[in-house]
Design a protein around this ligand. Structure first.
Ligand SMILES: NC(=O)C1=CN([C@@H]2O[C@H](COP(=O)(O)OP(=O)(O)OC[C@H]3O[C@@H](n4cnc5c(N)ncnc54)[C@H](OP(=O)(O)O)[C@@H]3O)[C@@H](O)[C@H]2O)C=CC1
Ligand SMILES: O=C(O)[C@@H]1CCC=N1
Length: 266
């Protein structure tokens, strides 16, 4: 188990992870949070604006991918012998290893914001890990949500699905509420009803023995209202095609981010 954890960069994602870890019962004094500008951090964690000279078991990279080269130099001493855990979209294991040559192991961990509730799928990738190292990583990841080890050649696709996915879903909720408003509902009512509908539908899908495709058929009575709406989404495979394009664009941006980081780190 990692006990001395340095979190580098404390923005939207890293703060959601710390919230998830604290909610799971990990003692707050395990966390040192490094951010160049002061931030409000949870009680009992330690905020530093300069890196302390103390060693760490794990260093979580919570900054933006384009900062990798600058940060690698800055935080190098803290990564000596530590497990580096990167949430940086697109940045591959080879680039991370070049950036942190004295780290113990380098791991990719892809969360989403739901890890604050312990409900984010967590994609993991790493190489040549002993059983003990795997176990330590899994113990760190599990409080944030269900974990899956992923081959690196599919990692950007998984990132598009589970890391970026909440943004696509939020857009869907916003769009269906917006459409209901366009057709005559008060916007506030439409927002509230759309969110409650998604909340219940997601819970039901998670608890159901039926897959979402089959559940859709259980909603749609033959010859009824829902089927007419589904026909619009299915016409020319419109929804599926739009989402394939969406995931492709997000996935391919990961490849570009990795290429940009490799250029900088040479
Ligand atoms: N947002 C999301 O849902 C997800 C994000 N990610 C990944 O998480 C990472 C962070 O994204 P996100 O949280 O959205 O971005 P944010 O902009 O919210 O967070 C970035 C953080 O880095 C800090 N920072 C800036 N400069 C430095 C520095 N020199 N040293 C240390 N910290 C610094 C910023 O501090 P300040 O605020 O003071 O500028 C900020 O706290 C990215 O690599 C992204 O790919 C992965 C999965 C999902
Ligand atoms: O937008 C991004 O690049 C990151 C990766 C997944 C979610 N946010």
């Amino acid at each position: 188990m990692f006990e001395r954890i340095l979190v580098c960069g404390y923005g939207n994602m890293a703060s959601a992870m710390v919230d998830g870890w604290l909610k799971s019962g990990i003692p707050p004094h395990h966390f040192t949070i490094y951010n160049p500008r002061p931030k409000t951090v949870p009680t009992g964690t330690r905020l530093v604006t300069d890196l302390p000279p103390t060693p760490f078991d794990a260093v979580v990279l919570g900054f933006k991918p384009h900062m990798l080269a600058e940060m690698a130099t800055k935080i190098a001493p803290a990564t000596n012998g530590a497990t580096v855990v990167s949430i940086l979209g697109g940045i591959d294991l080879d680039t991370l290893r070049r950036a942190f040559p004295t780290a113990g192991k380098v791991i990719r961990l892809m969360p989403n914001l739901s890890c604050a509730l312990g409900k984010s799928p967590i994609a993991l990738a790493g190489r040549n890990l002993s059983d003990r190292q795997r176990q330590a990583i899994e113990e760190l990841a599990r409080p944030l949500g269900p974990i899956a080890w992923v081959d690196e050649d599919r990692y950007d696709l998984v990132t598009a699905l589970t890391g970026s996915g909440p943004a696509f879903l939020y857009r869907f909720i916003d769009a269906i509420a917006g459409a209901a408003h366009d057709l005559g509902l008060e916007r506030e009512d439409a927002d509230r009803l759309a969110l409650a509908m998604v909340d219940g539908a997601a819970d039901l899908a998670a608890a159901s023995r039926h897959d979402p495709g089959a559940l859709a058929l259980r909603v749609a009575s033959p010859g009824g209202m829902t089927q007419k709406g589904i026909d619009v989404l299915d016409d020319g495979n419109a929804l599926r095609a739009l989402l394939r394009e969406t995931l492709t664009a997000a996935r391919d941006r990961g490849v570009e981010l990795a290429a940009e980081a490799r250029k900088i780190s040479r």
